[in-house]
Design a binder for this molecule. Structure first.
Ligand code: LMR
Length: 412
């Protein structure tokens, strides 16, 4: 009888927990996956979410990953927890991949994270723990999830000019001026290569000018490296990281293995924190591991174990390099083919910026209304900003794509 009375009281007094919530809007990028999937038109084209696709339009598991997974299945003898930092062999191999042979390892902490997003989230936590008033400067535009992810963690964000939507070039002078005016101790988020969404990266000279200002203004570089190997090659794509690591006392690098190992859903990444000296390294190491425990406790293992096998075995490594180059070359080829097809179908419009971009993305350079019409009338899916994933283009669909773009632009 008493229990019934309490139940009644609880019902009368408490409000349902979730009553105050209203529906959240669909994610600008991930929302397209379901929209595309549910579109019955056979000629539809997916240029939305950033996953690699073969000439047949598939996103298969890399062959080298299958080989490494077979070794794992045969040899793995435990699924017990790994620690907050993940596996040491993976972290060391990633350090060498990112920072190169001259990696300043006595000043570096590298931890395994759940993808690049997990890495960014831990980095945000470290900024809040060590310098809560620092702002993080982000390129305008930047990856659509940078702002919700970092801002949602509580970090203050400020934009710096980056992409000139009219001329399709980087606003390098304006970017440098904004960084010159940033207060010492602020953090600057930079894309190591294959800038997402624009596909346009600073030149070597631009990077040197950026590094000069960062050093001069005592800013903290925070580099997001999600496409190493998709731009020029593994070393050249890491150039800004290695340049800055030689010149600054402190920096952060968030890295993702989603694209270059095709391990998207396995969530593999690292966060590297470069610090001024060995003593600070020990403190930062303890803090970052403590922080991880409060967010996701320990990282997932499987994908990182696969990457570690690939990076630590010469035959697998060589096999990976070949598959990586094939992906990179296909992306380049599709840019050329789309530009060629557009020259034919819309001779009045210049799309040559497609060729200046590297990696998976670039802006088509059309309005949001035109993007929506391409979706509605032709089943062609891209982010509202007109960011396209060039991996969605194939030899078979490129003409239909160019014709549809031309028809949409003609209608004005
Ligand atoms: C993208 O930008 O499309 C990818 O990085 C996937 C994602 O999570 O947004």
């Amino acid at each position: 009888m008493r229990a019934c009375k309490h139940d009644q009281l609880f019902k009368e007094r408490s409000k349902p927990l979730f009553e105050s919530l209203t529906a959240a809007s669909a994610d600008a990028i991930l929302g397209l996956i379901a929209e595309y999937r549910d579109d019955p038109r056979p000629q539809k084209i997916d240029l939305g979410v950033g996953v690699y696709r073969t000439p047949e339009g598939d996103t298969p598991v890399l062959k080298v990953v299958k080989h490494a997974e077979q070794i794992l299945v045969d040899t793995q003898d435990s699924k017990a927890y790994i620690g907050t930092a993940g596996a040491a062999d993976f972290n060391l191999a990633m350090q060498a991949l990112i920072f190169g042979a001259a990696s300043p390892d006595d000043r570096l902490v590298t931890i395994q994270t759940p993808g690049g997003s997990g890495s960014l989230r831990v980095a945000a936590g470290m900024i809040l723990r060590s310098s809560p008033n620092a702002s993080v400067w982000v390129s305008d535009p930047t990856w659509a999830n940078h702002v919700p992810l970092l801002g949602g963690a509580g970090v203050k964000l400020k934009p710096y000019p980056y992409y000139d939507t009219k001329n399709h070039v980087i606003k390098i002078d304006e970017m440098l001026a904004a960084l010159r005016a940033a207060p010492a101790g602020d953090v600057v988020l930079l894309h190591a290569c294959c800038h997402n969404p624009s596909g346009l990266d600073p030149s070597v000279e631009d990077w040197q000018a950026i590094a000069d200002i960062i050093v001069d203004r005592k800013l903290i570089p925070f580099i997001d490296s999600a496409y190493q190997g998709f731009g020029e090659d593994l070393d050249r794509d890491a150039y800004p990281i290695r340049l800055l690591a030689e010149r600054v006392p402190e920096m952060m690098v968030a890295n993702s293995c989603s694209k270059n190992f095709g391990l998207y859903r396995d969530r593999v990444g690292t966060l590297s924190l470069l610090v001024a000296d060995r003593a600070t390294r020990d403190v930062v190491n303890s803090q970052v591991n403590n922080l991880v425990r409060t967010i996701y406790s320990v990282p997932p293992d499987h994908g990182a174990a696969v990457v570690s096998l690939i990076l630590n075995n010469k035959d697998l490594h060589d096999e990976w390099i070949i598959e990586l180059a094939q992906m990179r070359e296909r992306l380049r080829d599709m840019r050329v083919r789309l530009n060629d097809a557009l020259i034919e179908k819309t001779p009045d419009r210049d799309f040559s910026h497609l060729l200046r971009a590297t990696g998976m993305f670039c802006f088509l350079g059309i309005t949001t209304a035109e993007v929506l019409r391409l979706k509605k009338d032709f089943g062609i899916y891209m982010v509202d900003s007109s960011r396209i994933n060039v991996a969605g283009i194939t030899v078979k669909n490129v003409n239909y794509l160019a014709e549809s773009i031309a028809a949409t632009l003609q209608r004005g």
